[in-house]
Ligand binder design. Structure first.
Ligand SMILES: [Zn+2]
Length: 429
């Protein structure tokens, strides 16, 4: 794999060139197959003409960010790798020399020979923390807990060479909601999701959502990027994994290949809510001043979420459980989006299905009636999902750990041995 960045008028363009032994079929770190559609993508940073009032503050009030000479080569390599990794077999050649430390992280994490290796020292971490902010409940919870952190929002835009058949995904609505938070918000626009022919437009690696934050890290003096991954995604095999304890999660563990690579670039991953469940991040987000800007559905318009998609159904279960009220949904058990809940477990995000079935009144009148029958969850059997898993806090870089630990202790309390055993035996030993 060869990658090259060019910069023009606030836009970074990335070009991938496959080696002879590489093909269009790739594999994401989580094992999911992906197929390449095209060889270029773009990341637009807020420039001289596009700096909003709030993002101007992030750059010290006036300075335009991140021209080609102001970004450490290790950051350019890191951002490129979040896009190129699925298709790279044995080596990656960047267009600028990287530090020996970064090359060592590629070697130890992936067995990939990365270069050229030059004499530049590794990047020194900055002082500030940015939050990779989607507008969903998890990242809103992180934002609520860290009121001084800047928000960087990734906005999907169209690709010049790939038709957009997903116009019902309203990235404009999410960006507008992010700007309404009243926080220090930087909107980064990118077409990198259109690099994928399949499964659909999506991030080549989950980490590509941070491409803009990585490219802005020097301009914004960043020493870490915080993400809203909760206990299910970090520790319980969430996302495309199902139902298994994942202390060595290769995407998000501090000691995994990605965790070490980001740290080597002076930009460690920070997961402030990795010790608590999605129900608790929902509780924090909906109890915060960001409540009116929280939006987990990409399909709804300015008036609200669509209420019809599978994600809306899942999130409504969690919200109803948090609020201890019956579900409000028009979706019935015979709808395609409800089909998986008519099957026996295991389920993706099963801990939240258990929590929902345990706490939602009249669950037998919802599309989750059959799942509830299979799972037989109770408030007692799901009480561990209201407390914090201590190793998640230990994994937070030391400079931000104390503040997060205080919030976890105050608002949730830490799990004791029985609860910890539930986490660590999740899905069977
Ligand atoms: Zn929806």
């Amino acid at each position: 794999m060869r990658v090259a960045w060019t910069f023009q008028e606030d836009v970074w363009a990335l070009r991938l060139r496959l080696d002879a032994d590489e093909g269009l079929a790739g594999t994401v770190t989580d094992g999911h197959p992906v197929e390449l559609a095209t060889d270029t993508c773009h990341v637009r940073l807020p420039g001289r003409g596009g700096v909003t009032a709030s993002s101007a503050a992030a750059f010290g009030g006036s300075r335009a960010p991140a021209g080609p000479d102001s970004v450490h080569p290790d950051l350019l390599a890191l951002a490129a790798w979040t896009v190129a990794a699925p298709w790279t077999r044995r080596r990656v050649v960047f267009d600028r020399p990287i530090s020996p430390e970064l090359a060592a992280a590629f070697e130890s994490g992936w067995g990939i020979e990365a270069g050229p290796v030059g004499g530049s020292p590794p990047r020194a971490a900055g002082d500030r923390l940015a939050i990779s902010y989607s507008g969903g409940a998890d990242s809103a919870a992180v934002a609520a807990m860290l009121p001084g952190a800047s928000l960087v929002h990734f906005r999907r835009v169209g690709h010049p060479r790939v038709p957009n058949r997903w116009t019902h995904y309203r990235s404009d609505v999410l960006a507008a909601l992010a700007e309404k938070t009243g926080r220090d918000v930087t909107i980064v626009e990118s077409d990198l999701e259109f690099l994928l022919r399949s499964p659909r437009p999506g991030y080549p690696e989950h980490h590509a959502v941070m491409a803009g934050a990585v490219l802005l890290a020097d301009a914004m003096d960043l020493g870490g990027v915080a993400l809203g991954y909760e206990i299910g995604s970090r520790w319980l095999g969430g996302g495309r994994y199902v139902h298994r304890y994942t202390p060595d999660n290769p995407m998000w563990s501090g000691h995994g290949p990605w965790g070490r690579l980001f740290a080597a670039a002076g930009l460690p991953l920070v997961l402030p809510v990795a010790g608590i469940s999605e129900a608790m991040t929902m509780r924090v987000a909906l109890g915060s001043e960001l409540r009116d800007q929280v939006r987990w559905c990409l399909r709804g318009d300015g008036a609200g979420p669509c209420g019809l998609c599978g994600k809306c159904l899942y999130k409504e279960l969690i919200q109803a459980a948090v609020e201890r009220r019956p579900m409000r949904t028009a979706i019935t058990a015979d709808r395609p989006v409800a089909r998986k809940w008519q099957q026996p477990p295991p389920y993706g995000g099963q801990e939240m299905i258990e929590y929902g079935c345990a706490h939602v009144p009249d669950i037998e009148d919802t599309p989750f009636a059959r799942a509830a029958g299979y799972l037989k969850a109770t408030p007692e059997s799901t009480a561990w999902l209201e407390r914090c898993y201590p190793p998640a806090v230990e994994e937070i870089p030391a400079r931000w750990r104390g503040a997060i630990a205080d919030i976890m202790e105050r608002d949730f309390g830490f799990m004791e041995a029985d609860d910890i055993e539930r986490v660590e035996s999740w899905g069977g030993r």
